[in-house]
Design a binder for this molecule. Structure first.
Ligand code: AGP
Length: 589
């Protein structure tokens, strides 16, 4: 989702600095970008559709500037729709992340009062509202921004620039913003990564606050009262490990290969927070795991693990559906968010709703100091290092490993859980060896031109089938669907035509006999059968061998699908790190 960066301070090549900071935010996913710089008495703006890549901007040195990478929500991918947006006077500029849900009525009223719009976006209404509010006599930019921000409905992060007063002012609801102080001035961004080189002490903005950036530094306000409050600065911590691509061709390849080390690290180093999570589950009357996309499949896997290992009922719900399920949340409930980024808006909204009902909040997440990390009562950090590919790989297996260990902690068999995770890590190391990956590439060649592909699994392998399908669809754009193996006769099998690739997870557990008979049904209708599991079977046309690691099977069963998706993507000419239309963290609804 949209990336934001702004600076006020000593004159620098601020246009170039902004562009470089936006490059650090490229992983968030975007389709256009723009930079605004205060130049003498006016605001210079450069905007482009497409990627920043080798782009350059041409601005004189200045003491104020900001920029934005846009992931289109309202209005097509065009240069006029790229941010920043100016007001009618050209003295004010706005960049925005989120959706102004009442923008239509605001826009119509502004046009009715003579304002001229240059874009189709919801965001531009903010610039014109600000123009009116200041012209109407509100004394300063900070107060005017507070008035305008409160007129916006929805979840938004907004930064405004006034070239006359040489200041930036920002406010946000849910969507993240972090401001900081450096040697040359002050800066603000949607992710601390972009503040590297611009700040050494930072403050994470809260939903009820507003921050002003000027040459005199940072000023923090309680937005409702505009009472100035102390700035709780902390050291900027972006030493989140290795962000370089190294010798890998893509971040997806690197992050798939990091999975064994991530699992070993968790197995050996996360016992205390995992036992804390297990104790919270034990003490709760009703535990809910909440996540979106890949994280939701990790959460669903967790519900099977808690049942099988600890005989404990744990509810699972998709983040965006939580608000339709929250009626039975009580102060005795425990709601645990699963999220790599810690910024997924559907999960944050679910957690805010749970908090309103008095529930205890937990999180299993990868990015420290993210919004989710700062709002929960207890957390387990995956400590998996930066996951920069839009597709989640190592963070998925890490979440599942945490839930496996927490289930065993609850059952009083933590050492057994640790041994399983370590054996899964060892198994992944063998799978990542050349001959296994060459076999996967061969299978990818045989399926990469398919239009449809199905994945089936039962029990623990059912959520794995869902995750496998997501990996393949979001990397290769093949229409891949995951199904519970027992659902074939309830409609799914109508989809299978001769040659349709069908991936079957066949672990050595209680599901094997039934999933193999499902495989026979698919094969008898012409399916091209791809088996994944520790034991081959004649029903399969090709078999990808995985180690037998009992309940840790989900930890080794993800890699075949990740790698199939990766190679099929390359064969189809896709960029596996930045799939079309997708963003690394979905910070808008
Ligand atoms: C995963 O490959 C996808 N990019 C997506 O489904 C992702 O898992 C989802 O958006 C949740 O992200 P989070 O883990 O950062 O909350």
């Amino acid at each position: 989702m949209c990336g934001i960066f702004g600076y006020v301070g000593e004159p620098t090549e601020v246009g170039d600095d902004v562009l470089a900071a936006l490059r650090a935010l490229e992983y968030r996913g975007y389709d256009s970008w723009g930079v605004a710089v205060g130049v003498n008495g006016h605001i210079g703006v450069e905007k482009q559709t497409g990627k920043i890549a080798q782009a350059t901007v041409d601005f004189p040195t200045s003491d104020i500037g900001f920029g934005h990478t846009r992931w289109a929500t309202h209005g097509g991918v065009t240069r006029p729709n790229a941010h920043p947006h100016l007001d009618c006077t050209g003295q004010l500029a706005v960049i925005h992340n989120g959706i102004v849900e009442n923008f239509r009525e605001l826009r119509d009223a502004l046009i009715g009062r003579g304002h001229h719009f240059r874009s189709e976006t919801d965001s531009e209404v903010i610039a014109h509202l600000l123009e009116e509010t200041l012209a109407g006599g509100v004394p300063d930019l900070a107060r005017a921004t507070a008035v305008v921000f409160d007129a916006l409905q929805g979840l938004n992060a907004v930064i405004v620039m006034d070239v006359r007063s040489r200041e930036l002012v920002a406010a946000k609801t849910v969507s993240p913003l972090v401001a900081g102080i450096g040697s040359l001035g002050v800066a603000i961004a949607s992710d601390a990564l972009a503040l590297r080189g611009h700040a050494d002490r930072v403050v994470y903005l809260e939903d009820d606050q507003l921050v002003r950036l000027s040459k005199s530094g940072l000023t923090l306000y309680e937005r409702k009262t505009m009472r100035e409050i102390p700035v709780p600065l902390m050291a900027l911590d972006v030493s989140q490990g290795d962000t370089a691509l190294g010798a890998y061709p893509h971040f997806m390849a690197k992050e798939m290969a990091e999975q064994p080390a991530v699992l070993e690290h968790l197995a050996r180093g996360a016992e205390r927070p995992i036992r804390e999570l297990a104790a919270a589950v034990r003490e709760s009357y009703g535990t809910f795991f909440v996540g979106c996309g890949t994280a939701s499949y990790a959460a669903l896997t967790g519900s099977y693990l808690y049942s099988r290992i600890a005989a404990r009922h744990v509810n699972f719900v998709v983040g965006s559906e939580f608000k339709y399920h929250e009626h039975f949340i009580t102060p005795q409930s425990l709601v645990v968010a699963l999220s790599q980024s810690g910024e997924t808006v559907d999960v944050i909204e679910a957690m805010l709703a749970a908090r309103k009902r008095g529930a205890r909040l937990g999180a299993v997440l990868n990015v420290a100091r993210s919004t989710l990390d700062r709002m929960v009562d207890l957390r387990v950090h995956l400590d998996a290092g930066p996951e920069q590919c839009v597709l989640s790989t190592k963070a998925y297996t890490a979440k599942v490993a945490v839930l496996l260990l927490a289930s065993h902690a609850l059952a009083g068999t933590y050492e057994r859980g640790r041994d399983l995770v370590l054996s899964a890590a060892e198994g992944l190391n063998h799978m990542l060896a050349a001959d296994w990956t060459e076999q996967v590439q061969e299978v990818a060649r045989s399926i990469h031109q398919a239009e449809h592909l199905f994945v089936i699994g039962r029990g623990l392998a059912f959520p794995t089938a869902l995750e496998a399908a997501l990996k393949i669809k979001e990397s290769s754009y093949i229409h891949a669907e995951g199904f519970a193996g027992g659902e074939l006769k309830h409609g799914v099998i109508a989809l299978v035509a001769p040659g349709t690739p069908c991936i079957v997870y066949a672990p050595n557990d209680e599901t094997r006999a039934d999933i193999l008979s499902g495989a026979m049904e698919l094969k008898s209708r012409g399916g091209y059968m791809i088996g994944i599991g520790p034991t081959p079977d004649p029903v399969f046309d090709v078999h990808l061998l995985t180690p037998d690691v009992a309940d840790a099977a989900p930890l080794v069963n993800a890699l075949p699908a990740q790698m199939l998706g990766y190679h099929a993507a390359l064969l189809r000419g896709n960029d596996p790190d930045k799939p079309r239309n997708l963003a690394k963290s979905v910070t808008v609804k």
